[in-house]
Design a protein. Sequence first.
Length: 62
Amino acid sequence: MAKNKIQLPVMNRKNKNERSRGFNHYYGEVKTGETLTTRGLAAHIKEHDTSLGLEVIVGAPN
């Protein structure tokens, strides 16, 4: 089931590939979660100071 809020947790991942120049270095890795609904995405866009209404962002009639 999709959520209405965006969560973007970032974890540190150690490079364990001995052939890589980045061996034993740590890199940020985004942990993916559930898919966001269209209305949830529209609500997120609305939170960022847009003058558009949710219906305009989603493209649905009133």
